[in-house]
Design a protein around this ligand. Structure first.
Ligand code: F6P
Length: 326
């Protein structure tokens, strides 16, 4: 596979950061340089593209970043980029800098931005990165595995103290629109109950589950609450305490800890494969696509399809979490 027409590509990170973004930037840069293609890093996501905030990336610029969380290019959630006039401004900067192909690393919103540019003739390839794992067209997004490991570590620690005091812990995970992290954490951490935006759960059901756990002689109850669940965690704690079911409650909001930290082996490998594949895709003359993991293979999927769907939580896993909690 050779590059007859590309001499310079750009790379940016956008949306919420995800552990492994740096590994992807490194893979993009080194793969491109291997093929004799120059790389320009675009700072601050699509905002930086609008402003023309560019920085050339050499092989040494991406040295040592593989194990680092966050993104060396910085990231933003750009409101301006939804407007056509700012998109035109971004394209003008791309042309002036001689950037002939663009790699966008980010979440669902970022894939919308990537698609908008591709509709206007920019050669774009997307790389899915979001701890929420809600991007359609890939089994896994960059950052999910690290976030799950962070949650697992935290819940394991909280269970120790919950058991010692015979308490019910209500633990909030990220995911304002998607319960993936809470459901998977429910399975790998052994939660009594998981509350997610996709499933309407009544306060009474949660109280009954906590009481049931107490009656069955459990030393603690762990309730995982996704950020976007309809029941608010503080109201829930109050209701459980008032019901006096045996366990007293404590609340822990895991928050942005879930987005930081050194990427796991899985995320480093996934990000490296995706960065590599994204550059090879551009060089093969394919664009307007996102790279995605299908089974064991790294494939491409049209951005037009990615933005039309949302990757839904597999409800079999939700059921499994409930059954295994018995
Ligand atoms: O999209 C990733 C995510 O971490 C969500 O899980 C979370 O709801 C949101 O970003 C938080 O965004 P912010 O960092 O802008 O508060």
């Amino acid at each position: 596979m050779m590059s007859p027409s590309l001499s310079t590509i750009g790379v940016l990170t956008s949306g919420g950061d995800a552990p492994g973004m740096n590994a992807a930037i490194r893979a993009v840069t080194r793969t491109a340089l291997y093929h004799g293609v120059q790389v320009i890093g675009i700072l601050n996501g699509f905002d930086g593209l609008i402003n023309g905030e560019f920085r050339p990336l050499g092989a040494r610029d991406v040295g040592g970043i593989l194990p680092r969380g966050g993104t060396i290019l910085q990231t933003r959630r750009s409101e301006r980029f939804f407007e056509a006039r700012y998109q035109r401004e971004a394209i003008r900067h791309l042309n002036e800098a001689g950037i002939e192909g663009l790699i966008v690393i980010g979440g669902e919103g970022s894939m919308h931005g990537a698609y908008a540019l591709s509709q206007q003739g920019v050669r774009v390839v997307g790389i899915p990165a979001s701890i929420d794992n809600d991007i359609w067209g890939t089994n896994m997004s960059i950052g999910v595995d690290t976030a799950l490991n962070t949650i697992m570590d935290a819940v394991d620690k909280l269970r120790d103290t919950a058991s010692s005091h015979n308490r019910a812990f209500l633990i909030e995970t990220m995911g304002r629109g998607c319960g993936y992290l809470a459901v998977m954490a429910g399975i790998i951490c052994g939660a009594e109950m998981v509350l997610i935006p996709e499933v309407e759960t009544k306060v009474e059901e949660v109280i009954a589950a906590v009481e049931d756990a107490y009656r069955r002689g459990k030393a603690h109850a762990i309730i995982l609450v996704a950020e976007g669940a309809s029941i608010k965690i503080h109201d829930l704690a109050q209701a459980i305490d008032q019901a006096d079911v045996g366990f007293k409650t404590r609340i822990t909001i895991l928050g942005h800890i879930q987005r930081g930290g050194s990427p796991t082996a899985y995320d480093r490998l996934l990000a490296s494969r995706m960065g590599f594949k994204a550059v090879e895709t551009l060089l093969a003359g394919e664009h307007g696509v996102m790279v995605g993991l299908k089974g064991r293979l790294m494939e491409t999927v049209p951005l037009s399809q990615v933005i039309e769907h949302q990757r839904a939580v597999n409800m079999e896993y939700y059921q499994m979490a409930r059954i295994l909690a018995r």
